[in-house]
Design a protein around this ligand. Structure first.
Ligand SMILES: [Zn+2]
Length: 337
């Protein structure tokens, strides 16, 4: 029996994912020092409302409120013993909302980074990272997640550990990295590096791509990079709603629903199959994105100039993949071989 996401990918040529869990929970009153995952048990109605907000705005896939639900992250809140409970309930609430929908909706169990640096750069071993991710993966599975969704990863090592954990849990998965440093991830991965990495994994993701990062324009440049690397695997685009700006004591994203509608259609033209938002994306943005994806025709692959014109400029001159002057030696060497 195939999983719910694979079935959906077989019959549709684009899918809409959800917006930002954090942004929407802050809008519901979460304070910045609080672990969002505690709301799974303390404020379940607000979590149901979060999920329902995405489903009612047209999302085909929504992510569970479990991004920071691994033992390493929960330890900061002295809650490392609650991984099983908090993740299971995150998925159970998701299941409940998905079952009540009038169309098929995929519940994706969100798995964020551990927050620790992996060996050889840092102290976290591969085995320890696999164990951390596996504990969370099993709990999301037990709660009824259709697929696991590893997101905002910076290091290749961490994505490999997460993939292994998904395999141990015998769960299909998707994986996205955050390309937030002049087109690369914080740990130096380019879009082409991710395409190469994904095909080398023994437990391959159903889809892969980019989330968060800088703005919508940068994210689409990364999607163009995936497509240029010649991948056959569905590409995920989950970009922020514009650029974060500090206003009146809080972070505000400047992307309007109209801008995100343009972003969604351009993401599809760039080659993305699963399109959603990240930080700053609310149900209002999602509704505009859904309407645009349903009503506007597909276009040719946009140029970088077109993307910049419609969505705003890029944060850096290059996406880090080319042989530009600032390309690290490591990368130039490998490309020549
Ligand atoms: Zn984000």
């Amino acid at each position: 029996m195939t999983d719910a996401l694979s079935r959906m990918l077989e019959t549709r040529d684009w899918l809409m994912a959800d917006g930002a869990t954090g942004t929407n929970l802050f809008n519901m009153g979460l304070s910045s020092g609080e672990a969002p995952e505690f709301w799974n048990t303390d404020e379940p109605d607000k979590i149901r409302a979060l999920y329902r907000g995405a489903v009612e705005a047209g999302s085909d896939i929504f992510l569970t409120n479990s991004f920071g639900g691994n033992a390493a992250r929960l330890k900061l809140h002295d809650a490392q013993g609650r991984v099983g409970e908090l993740n299971r309930i995150a998925a159970e609430l998701g299941r409940e909302v998905a079952e009540a929908a009038d169309r098929p909706v995929v519940v994706a169990g969100s798995i964020g980074p551990t927050g620790e640096i992996m060996q050889p750069m840092g102290p976290l071993s591969h085995a320890a990272a696999v164990e951390i991710f596996h504990e969370q993966a099993e709990a999301l599975k037990a709660g009824g997640a259709d697929v696991l969704w590893v997101e905002t990863i910076s290091a290749a090592e961490e994505l490999k550990a997460a993939a292994e954990a998904c395999k141990l849990a015998d769960m299909p998965w998707c994986g996205t990295m955050s390309f937030d440093t002049a087109g690369r991830t914080m740990m130096g991965m380019t879009s082409a590096d991710l395409v190469e990495l994904v095909e080398k994994l023994s437990w391959k993701p159903l889809a892969f791509g980019a989330n968060c990062g800088v703005g919508a324009s940068d994210l689409l440049r990364t999607v163009l990079g995936f497509a240029a690397a010649g991948t056959e695997r569905p590409i995920i685009a989950k970009g922020n709603a514009g650029i974060p700006k500090y206003m009146d004591g809080h972070i505000h994203y400047d992307g309007t629903p109209d801008l995100m509608a343009d972003y969604a259609v351009l993401a599809r033209d760039c080659g993305a199959t699963i399109i959603g938002g990240c930080c700053g994306t609310t149900p209002e943005h999602l509704r505009a994105m859904r309407a645009a994806l349903e009503t506007r025709p597909r276009g040719p692959r946009p140029s970088l100039d077109e993307i910049a014109q419609r969505l705003g400029g890029f944060s850096s001159a290059s996406d880090g993949t080319g042989d530009t002057g600032d390309t690290p030696e490591r990368h130039r060497r490998r490309r020549r071989s």
